[in-house]
Design a protein around this ligand. Structure first.
Ligand code: SF4
Length: 213
């Protein structure tokens, strides 16, 4: 069984897949509490559904892209067979994960979008850095930054761990409403940082507090 918050079709708002039609399977529950979390509604409740029902509903919307998100999807063991079933059905599968759980058992056909939590999130001690060794060029690393201190932390990690050589893209985005995208771009250009600006497209379309879109 899986505890599901919602399943819906929309436009992908982040990552290198931004702008594409995508079905989101949002699982309930998260063991982190990032200060700027925009999906606290997914921390609790949710509907218990079988793997078969979730798979059917995710495929029924007919988008090529399907993303498993949360909350934290890897807290639920059946997230793994769900991703396998979606990939078996020919879908391009994305996994958005906090980076706190072990990602090594995820089906290799899945594009893993792994967060690295910056200090401003209040959860950077939870980063599972062992996950870096499992990343491939199919995957993406994402960091959400609140201020200059977060940026310098990200810059240090990118350079020290050569993150841009481990994954398809290193994504840097500002905390919505806290750090101006223009400021972040200026910092990235000044440092010639090998990273990609990641703006939450869905928030620009529907507003910061929009849910289920
Ligand atoms: S990991 Fe994601 S869902 Fe969990 S608190 Fe952080 S931002 Fe929210």
């Amino acid at each position: 069984m899986l505890r599901v918050h919602e399943i819906y079709a929309s436009v992908q708002g982040e990552s290198s897949f931004a702008g594409l039609p995508c079905t989101f399977v949002r699982l309930s529950g998260c063991n982190l509490r990032c200060r700027w979390c925009d999906t606290p509604q997914a921390f609790t409740d949710g509907q218990q559904l079988t793997l078969e029902v979730v798979t059917q509903r995710a495929l029924a919307t007919d988008t090529q892209l399907v993303e498993l998100t949360g909350g934290e999807p890897l807290l639920q063991p059946e997230a793994l067979p769900l991703m396998q079933a979606l990939a078996d059905a020919g879908r391009t599968v994305l996994l958005e994960t906090s980076g706190e759980r072990d990602i090594s058992a995820v089906d290799p056909r899945v594009h893993r979008i792994v967060d690295l939590k910056a200090p401003g999130s209040g959860e950077s001690a939870k980063n599972r850095l062992q996950n870096l060794t499992h990343l491939t060029r199919r995957d993406e690393l994402k960091m959400v930054l609140a201020d200059r201190e977060d940026y310098e932390w990200a810059r240090g990690l990118i350079r020290a761990e050569r993150l841009h050589e481990r994954v398809a893209h290193v994504l840097l985005g500002p905390v919505f409403g806290e750090l101006s995208p223009a400021t972040l771009v200026m910092w990235m250009l000044d440092d010639a940082l090998p990273a990609r600006l990641n703006l939450p497209l869905h928030k620009h379309i529907w507003g910061a507090d929009s849910t289920g879109v």
